[in-house]
Design a protein around this ligand. Structure first.
Ligand SMILES: C[S@@+](CC[C@H](N)C(=O)[O-])C[C@H]1O[C@@H](n2cnc3c(N)ncnc32)[C@H](O)[C@@H]1O
Length: 228
């Protein structure tokens, strides 16, 4: 077996070590403190996140979508493919090196999504983006950890607790949706979505695009539409 090659290394704002590795010029893996955050081999559920969260946006005029974080760009690519030409997609990414890697070796994996004119990149904590844009988005797609439990950075806990869910609700327009990627079920988080006014739904999706294999979970919370 060919060895893994280290393409880049950085520190997240909280001091965790993040690295980008490649094997056989084929499989790319992002690690945090030596543990796999994601691999380019499996991105079916990252794309399903966009399909779940943007179900209602394809026919909208000027939909506004927030994607947090960038990773390898698969969710961003799937989002762009679903949206009309006048959409605006903000991608919030905590780690500057991830953005650089997506403009470099990772760019072709998802068809250069950062080159799309509809994309705005915010190099910041997506929690900050959410809190500074009340009543702004038609969809918020979150895939920053391995589920609604902090993994990349301890401060990510604040995205999924009561205050975090309330902030996401406030950042959405009526009828908007919050979609959260997860490796596993989380009944508490489901209940929290409900508690904060969302109509919640769980989509169990394939980790890989082809049939068979593991399933991941997309938590979907839909904010009620405004009464006319
Ligand atoms: C699992 S990857 C995302 C994968 C992505 N959905 C894809 O399709 O490639 C998680 C990403 O979220 C970023 N991230 C982690 N915490 C964040 C935060 N609080 N705000 C913004 N980005 C964050 C990480 O640096 C990483 O790029």
């Amino acid at each position: 077996m060919k060895p893994w090659e280290l393409l880049g290394q950085t520190r997240t704002p909280d001091g965790s070590e993040m690295s980008l590795t490649v094997h056989d010029n084929d499989e790319y893996v992002i690690l945090v403190n030596g543990q796999t955050l994601m691999s380019s081999r499996t991105h079916g559920s990252e794309e399903a996140l966009a399909a779940s969260g943007c179900r209602h946006t394809a026919t909208m005029r000027q939909p506004r979508v927030l994607v947090g974080g960038l990773g390898m760009g698969f969710t961003l690519r799937a989002t762009l493919d679903l949206l009309p030409p006048d959409a605006i997609v903000t991608v919030a990414e905590l780690v500057p090196a991830i953005v650089d890697w997506n403009r470099g070796p990772l760019a072709p994996l998802a068809g250069h999504p950062l080159k799309d004119k509809r994309v705005r990149v915010a190099v910041e904590d997506v929690g900050r983006t959410v809190r500074s844009h009340p009543d702004e988005f038609d969809a918020i797609l979150l895939d920053v950890d391995n589920g609604p439990v902090a993994f990349t950075a301890p401060s990510n806990h604040g995205l999924y607790d009561n205050a975090g869910v309330a902030a996401a609700y406030a950042a959405l327009r009526p009828g908007g949706s919050l979609a959260v990627w997860s490796a596993s079920e989380n009944r508490k988080f489901e209940q929290r979505l409900h508690f904060h006014g969302f109509t919640e739904q769980i989509d169990r999706v394939r980790a890989r695009l082809k049939k068979g294999g593991a399933r991941h979970v997309i938590f979907l919370g839909v904010k009620p539409a405004a009464r006319s």
